[in-house]
Design a protein around this ligand. Structure first.
Ligand SMILES: CC(C)(COP(=O)(O)OP(=O)(O)OC[C@H]1O[C@@H](n2cnc3c(N)ncnc32)[C@H](O)[C@@H]1OP(=O)(O)O)[C@@H](O)C(=O)NCCC(=O)NCCS
Length: 286
């Protein structure tokens, strides 16, 4: 049962740079840890597809979309605590799904925190799999041959593998994340065999996207990247369906700490190859 009616003063607007500080503030109050840069990234991917809810000129909710070729991603869905169960989340989600329809994208995907699952289910979203967060402490390097810093050219070389892993072309997202990341490493022998990027967040150093053609390349990339984590923990977003990634994490001293639910709406998503995807890029974009 709704706890109240939709506020009469509710307005849905395109998200603008000037809204981002308020969104970050709202999310921090909820214990989420996005940086301003994370929001700037999603806004840059889809400036016409990110929305805020406002009441009396104050930001009270947000949702973002990122469109790929065959499917799109929904992220940063939040409503201010004191205004929940009044239909604002539903209004934002409808706005995002209408944007998908306008753009002719048949499938919406997302990673839901537990409070979001009932809302998404009420719209007909279906579970794909768990998306796990594995945390590990940095360890000192004991010689990891065969890896090196990735250049822009190395990123271009690995995009074909990434498309197989992810199931769609996300090159524009990866190019921006590459520039935004604190480090990125390649397989020196052949950069088309894998890449791992790392960026500091309030929760630790997020390692992802992390793509590798085989277990040996993945192990080298992970060990090398973990050696570059200066403080705090490293963490990786691992799909339940990737046995390769779960095995790697557990044998490299990482432990599963939390779980989100990957869900889709519309046509069943064109699947990638989770055995090549060792770490997601971000929960807001896949
Ligand atoms: C998830 C969230 C955005 C929902 O926003 P909201 O404005 O409260 O959503 P709505 O009022 O439109 O709810 C729509 C329906 O979703 C379901 N729902 C929403 N919150 C629910 C809850 N806490 N328990 C059970 N069902 C819930 C209900 O079916 C509800 O319809 P009803 O109120 O008529 O029963 C909000 O709870 C939130 O910001 N949570 C914290 C952040 C978060 O986890 N976001 C999801 C990330 S993927």
């Amino acid at each position: 049962m709704p706890i109240g009616s939709v506020p009469s003063e509710l307005g849905i607007k395109l998200m603008q740079q000037e809204h981002l500080e308020s969104i970050v503030q709202m999310m921090r109050e909820e214990g989420w840890t996005p940086s301003l840069g994370d929001l700037e990234n999603v806004l840059c991917y889809e400036p016409e597809g990110c929305f805020v809810a406002e009441v009396k000129g104050e930001v009270v909710g947000s949702v973002t979309t990122t469109l790929y070729t065959h499917f799109g991603w929904i992220g940063m869905m939040m409503v201010r605590k004191n205004l929940r169960r009044r239909g604002i989340g539903s209004t934002l989600l409808k706005t995002a799904l209408r944007y998908f329809k306008e753009k002719g994208v048949p499938t919406a995907r997302l990673e839901a925190d537990p409070p979001g699952v009932p809302l998404y289910e009420s719209f007909g979203f279906v579970k794909e799999c768990d998306s796990q967060r594995w945390f590990g402490k940095p360890f000192k390097l004991r010689g990891v041959p065969g890896t090196g810093r990735a250049t822009k050219e190395d990123l271009e070389a690995v995009l074909a593998l990434d498309k197989r892993a992810f199931g769609d072309d996300r090159s524009r997202v990866l190019r921006r994340l590459f520039a935004y990341s604190d480090f990125a490493f390649k397989v020196r022998r052949d950069p088309s065999l894998g890449i791992i990027m790392g960026r500091k967040t309030a929760a630790g150093t997020m390692l992802g996207p992390f793509i590798a053609a085989n277990g040996d390349a993945a192990k080298r990339l992970l060990r090398w990247a973990v050696g570059f984590v200066e403080e705090g923990e490293a963490y990786v977003g691992v799909l339940e369906t990737s046995g390769n990634a779960r095995l790697l994490m557990s044998t490299q001293g990482f432990r599963k700490r939390s779980v989100l639910t990957r869900m889709y709406w519309g046509d069943p998503p064109r699947s990638g190859n989770p055995q090549l995807e060792y770490g997601i890029a971000a929960s807001a974009t896949g």
